[in-house]
Design a protein around this ligand. Sequence first.
Ligand code: SAM
Length: 280
Amino acid sequence: MDIYNYNTLELVHKYGFRFTKTLGQNFLIDNAVPRDIAEGADVNEEDLVIEIGPGVGTLTAQLLQRAKKVTVIEIDRTLIPILEEELGDNEKLTIINKDALKVDFNEIIGEEKSVKLVANLPYYVTTPIMANLFKSGVKFKNMTVMIQKEVADRMNAEPGTKDYGSISLLVQYYCDTHIVRKVGPNCFMPRPKVDSIVIRLDRLEEPRVKVLDEKLLFDVIRSSFNMRRKTLWNGLKNIGLSKEDLALAFENANIDPKRRGETLSLEEFGALTNEIYKLK
Ligand code: SAM
């Protein structure tokens, strides 16, 4: 199909495509949305764009109009012949039939200098992919994802609010966020029950706070939120320090151990992590 006149509904009918609910298959049918995503992702002719979950290629067609190269990763093998038939003769495009949770992104990126990621995926896939990409130091400039509105609220939440949690800290540690647009259920086929948000995560040159051990930071955060209603002391008593040293770490970081995890800012988590690290 012509990348300038891509039509999701037509393709779904042409190939008699059957949607698999468990793969989160809600395809965009309103062409304004993929256009806004490609623009919001700030894609230009220097970029390798990695698109996770292309479906029948609706967003891919928009990316191909703007990028140097586009690599798509699609788990559903029944979509591969459709992508090949409709977009396969475009030299910019590489199609990979794999679970995005199992691909080696560094291998895909190779020597490319300007890499951007775009994904419209189910939440249970988006979050682990995001966390892995950030933590494993894969070099990309930004990642633009379609997520449920509630998840976007959690990413942007401030300490002490009900939405604040480990995903807020993960995102705020590694990036700035920028809301691209809201997407209502009518823009999809089949229609989902909830509103979605397209959000761009711009990777910071350096993480927002300096910590001596990044893995320990996320262990401390996870342990502090594991017991949401309990004190930090209870959450962190198994972090690997004696009671005396743990008390000292709290004292040195100037944090009351009776506080709860959800009241701590990223800076405070960083300070506490560094004091724990020094005593380990
Ligand atoms: N990008 C298309 C669009 O916007 O119309 C399709 C989006 S649809 C919400 C999600 C797509 O991700 C589906 O094509 C689905 O098969 C694919 N998908 C789901 N889990 C995946 C995974 N683990 N790895 C790669 N693709 C996946």
